[in-house]
Design a binder for this molecule. Structure first.
Ligand SMILES: NC(=O)C1=CN([C@@H]2O[C@H](COP(=O)(O)OP(=O)(O)OC[C@H]3O[C@@H](n4cnc5c(N)ncnc54)[C@H](O)[C@@H]3O)[C@@H](O)[C@H]2O)C=CC1
Ligand SMILES: Nc1nc(O)c(N)c(N[C@@H]2O[C@H](COP(=O)(O)O)[C@@H](O)[C@H]2O)n1
Length: 220
C-alpha cells in the first residue's frame, strides 16, 4: 500500500520552478494560502534535499491560521545525507523524517546518530539512491496516507517515473524566466517517447492572483 500523492508547484509559463539564480518567488499571496490549505489537509509534505539546500524551507502551515498539531510530517529525500543540522526543516515545529540509502559509512552513521538525538527519524531504503517505491510503503506503514509533494524538479521526476503521483495541482504565473539551467517542474532524464510519458486528465481550473490554477488526475 502507498500514500495518495498530490504534486503541487508554482511555475512560470515556461515551466520553471526558479530562475538561474534560484529566485523561486512565483506564487502570489492567495496561491500560497491555497498551498497551505493543502498542507493542513495532508499527513506528510515531501521535498528533495536540493530544495532544502537551496530554499531552507520550514514546510509548516504558516500562511493560514493553524495549530502546531496541524503541521504534517516533513519528509526529506536525501541519499547522501547532506542535510545541514541547522536546516529549518529540522526545527521543533513538526516531526521530520529523512529518507536516505542503506549505504552507510562512518561519517553517515555519525550524522544519523546526531539526527536521531534531535528527534529526527531516519529511514534507509535503496542502495545508491533512495528507493521511492519502498519509501512510500514505509511511510504508509507509519500512518502517512496522504502526501503533498513540493518538489523540486529532480525529485518530481523520480516520483513521476515510478508512477507514484496521483494528482497534480499547478499555479501558472504569467512570467517567463528562461534559462536552460533553471529548474523546471520535472527534470531528470525525461521519457524518450510519448507512449511512456505521464498522461493527465484535466479536472478543474480557475484564476488566482495574477495567474491560473490547474488541477489534474494522473491517468493510471
Ligand atoms: N516553485 C516551486 O513550487 C518550487 C520550487 N523549487 C525549486 O526547485 C529547485 C530544487 O530542485 P532540485 O535541485 O531538482 O532538487 P530536489 O529538491 O528535487 O532534490 C533532488 C535530490 O533528491 C535526492 N534524491 C534521492 N533519491 C532520489 C530519487 N530516487 N529520485 C530523485 N531524487 C532523489 C537527490 O539527492 C537529488 O539531488 C530549487 O531551485 C527550488 O527553489 C522547489 C520546490 C517547489
Ligand atoms: N507553491 C509554491 N509556489 C512558489 O512560488 C514557491 N516558491 C514554492 N516553494 C515551495 O515552498 C517551500 C517553502 O516553504 P516554507 O514557506 O518555507 O514553508 C519551498 O522550499 C518549495 O518547496 N511553492
Amino acid at each position: 500500500m502507498k500514500p495518495y500523492v498530490i504534486s503541487n508547484v508554482g511555475i512560470t509559463l515556461d515551466g520553471k520552478l526558479a530562475t538561474i539564480d534560484n529566485d523561486s518567488r512565483i506564487s502570489g499571496e492567495e496561491d500560497l494560502k491555497r498551498v497551505h490549505k493543502i498542507r493542513k489537509e495532508v499527513d506528510g509534505i515531501m521535498v528533495g534535499i536540493g530544495t532544502v539546500l537551496k530554499d531552507n524551507p520550514r514546510l509548516t502551515v504558516h500562511k493560514i491560521e493553524a495549530r502546531k498539531e496541524d503541521n504534517p510530517v516533513r519528509i526529506v529525500v536525501d541519499s547522501k545525507l547532506r542535510i545541514p543540522l541547522n536546516a529549518r526543516i529540522l526545527n521543533k515545529d513538526a516531526k521530520t523524517i529523512v529518507a536516505t540509502t542503506k549505504e552507510v559509512d562512518k561519517e553517515k552513521e555519525e550524522k544519523i546518530k546526531k539526527l536521531t538525538e534531535i528527534g529526527v527519524e531516519v529511514i534507509k531504503v535503496g542502495k545508491y539512491k533512495v528507493d521511492l517505491k519502498e519509501l512510500m510503503e514505509e511511510l504508509y506503514k507509519r500512518g502517512i496516507k496522504k502526501i503533498l509533494l513540493e518538489g523540486g524538479g529532480t525529485l518530481n521526476w523520480g516520483m513521476f517515473k515510478e508512477n507514484l503521483v496521483d494528482e497534480v495541482r499547478v499555479f501558472i504565473a504569467p512570467k517567463i524566466f528562461g534559462g536552460k539551467d533553471a529548474p523546471t517542474y520535472v527534470d531528470g532524464e525525461g521519457f524518450r517517447t510519448v507512449e511512456e510519458c505521464v498522461k493527465l486528465e484535466l479536472k478543474n481550473f480557475y484564476r488566482l492572483d495574477d495567474g491560473l490554477v490547474l488541477e489534474f488526475k494522473v491517468k493510471k
